[in-house]
Design a protein around this ligand. Structure first.
Ligand code: HEM
Length: 310
């Protein structure tokens, strides 16, 4: 904070250092207060930023309420953490009305969530403006858990993100959970073979079947990172390497030569000692993702309430 550093897409770290010096501290303390009550909220906030950025750019479009808004599209129904953004906004409007965008609050909250989960921290370039469009029909850019690597690659490259960014960013699945319904098809009669997806580690299948029984409750939650769901670490990559990936899209990253090399590198690295460092690469990839199609200057608006256009 304090120092202005040019970010990507016209953003700068410390954008609010004179217009609202407490902005980042207010977001941080709000995220922290919610995190202390429910540490799983960190994962919700990180995913919220990703889903914001992939549709209409990182412009808070995902926050708009309304039946035809992005938030109500199928891939967004499980999003969580809106109350943390609203809570931050209320405090920011009291401190410096009309200054801090909802899009920036989402970006800052994602960073703070990773930091609070024992992950890396970084300076977030800010200065995003809030968008004036949010449409549920525009969410087809979002990747699906059934996507092949080719499909994932295509969706990320359409946003200027390469294989390295893709694998690094999907490493966000080191925290958080998924509904059984997004992967239980892998457990029983996968592609009508009569048995489970052969890429799942044999020793893990029975455990997963017990967590998500056939015809069971599809909304039951399962950790995306076996044995380490609250810690932002490289365990997720070890799980993918070992056939313990939960989502089909995650496990497929081991089946493609290019993405496999990257997973292998992260899986083999003990923080800071070997290989490419996940905790160093993740912030760089996040800064790239969080500058997708941003609105700056006089574009868009600064919303007064994050769930409503002004
Ligand atoms: C190919 C790309 C991706 C696919 C197919 C994908 C898919 C999914 C799915 C299906 C879930 C479970 C949702 C639920 O049941 O509520 C999920 C959760 C999550 N995703 Fe992704 N994701 C991808 C990339 C990313 C990226 C790039 C990030 C962030 C940088 C991210 C962050 C998260 C987090 C933190 C969760 C846990 C959310 C929670 O616990 O509420 N994902 N993802």
């Amino acid at each position: 904070m304090g120092l202005l550093v040019e970010g990507q897409g016209g953003l700068k770290t410390g954008f609010y250092s004179s217009s609202c010096p407490k902005a980042e501290a207010i977001v941080r303390s709000t995220v922290e207060a919610h995190f202390n009550k429910d540490p799983t909220i960190a994962a919700g906030l990180l995913r919220l930023h990703f889903h914001d950025c992939f549709v209409q750019g990182c412009d808070g479009s995902v926050l708009i309420a309304g039946t035809s808004a992005e938030r109500n599209a199928l891939p967004n129904l499980g999003l969580r953490g809106f109350e943390v953004i609203d809570d931050s906004k209320t405090q920011l409007e009291a401190e410096c009305p009309g200054v801090v965008s909802c899009a920036d609050i989402v970006a800052l909250a994602a960073r703070d969530s990773v930091d609070l989960s024992n992950g890396p921290s970084w300076g977030v370039p800010t200065g995003r403006r809030d968008g004036r469009v949010s449409s549920s029909s525009e969410t087809s850019n979002l990747p699906s858990p059934l996507d092949s690597v080719a499909a994932q690659r295509q969706k990320f490259s359409a946003k200027g993100l390469d294989d390295h960014d893709l694998v690094t960013l999907v490493g966000a699945h080191t925290i958080g959970q998924t509904d059984c319904q997004f992967f239980s098809y892998r457990l029983f009669n996968f592609t009508t073979t009569g048995s489970a997806d052969p890429t799942i580690n044999q020793a893990f299948i029975a455990q997963l079947q017990a967590l998500c029984p056939k015809n069971g409750d599809g909304t039951k939650r399962v950790a995306l990172d076996k044995d380490s769901q609250l810690k932002f670490d490289v365990n997720f990559f070890k799980n993918v390497r070992d056939g313990n990936g939960i989502l089909e899209s995650d496990q497929r990253l081991w089946g493609d030569a290019a993405t496999r090399t990257i997973v292998q590198n992260y899986a083999g690295s003990i923080r800071g000692l070997l290989g490419i460092r996940f905790d160093f690469e993740f912030p760089k990839a996040m800064i790239k993702m969080s500058s997708i199609d941003v609105k700056t200057g006089t574009q868009g608006e600064i919303r007064k309430i994050c769930s409503k256009f002004n």
